[in-house]
Design a protein around this ligand. Structure first.
Ligand code: FES
Length: 204
């Protein structure tokens, strides 16, 4: 009897809904519930911004990218071929004529004396040495390793590069020791009257 009364009261109570009718109560905290719509709104606006900045559909975007890449590759290959051709032509042009440069007077340097001079222009230097038993020799003074200036060592008859201890033979300009692998470029000399001229730089 008591049981029946309880059931009836539950059925007819205007304030309480049955478990099935009631909306499921959220288990999340109120703070989270207020944040979610905001976050969703933020995402929407981000998505909107993204759409405005990149208005292509994925498929269209893919096509544009492929087309652009193809254009870039074709243009790049063409430019490379042109540059290679131009370099080949320039490489085969005869070198510009070098103007002879007066370096020293014929009797100016005593045995083992040396001096540097500008050749073929003011940006590059050579070194001329009066080598006992050999006479006047001249080389570019630019080390063939990393372009430091070499110095003559009279006692040892060699040229010394202070940057990484490179050594060159004074009589030939060939490498004796250190990191350089190529000999010093030779500078050909010519005498005219009382003067010694540097006339040509020979890479070796
Ligand atoms: S620059 Fe001359 S040895 Fe390195």
């Amino acid at each position: 009897m008591t049981e029946n009364r309880r059931e009836n009261a539950a059925e007819h109570s205007p304030t309480r809904a049955s478990g099935a009718d009631r909306p499921a109560r959220s288990t999340r905290s109120p703070t989270l519930r207020t944040r979610e719509p905001r976050r969703a709104a933020g995402m929407r606006s981000l998505r909107q911004d993204w759409r405005e900045e990149f208005p292509y559909h994925w498929r269209a975007d893919d096509l544009v990218t492929r087309r652009d890449t193809l254009r870039f590759l074709v243009a790049g290959t063409g430019a490379l071929a042109l540059a290679t051709g131009a370099l080949a032509i320039v490489g085969h042009l005869p070198a510009a004529r070098v103007k002879p440069v007066a370096v020293v007077r014929a009797d100016e340097l005593g045995p083992n004396q040396w001096r540097t001079f500008d050749f073929p222009d003011q940006f590059t230097q050579g070194i001329i040495i009066n080598l006992p038993g050999v006479g006047l020799v001249a080389y570019s003074d630019v080390c063939t390793h990393l372009s430091c200036a070499v110095l003559y060592q009279p006692g040892a008859n060699r040229l010394y590069c202070p940057c990484h201890n490179g050594l060159f033979e004074a009589a030939t300009g060939n490498v004796l020791a250190g990191p350089p692998t190529r000999p010093l470029p030779l500078i050909q000399l010519a005498r005219q009257g009382d003067l010694i001229y540097a006339v040509k730089m020979v890479e070796r």
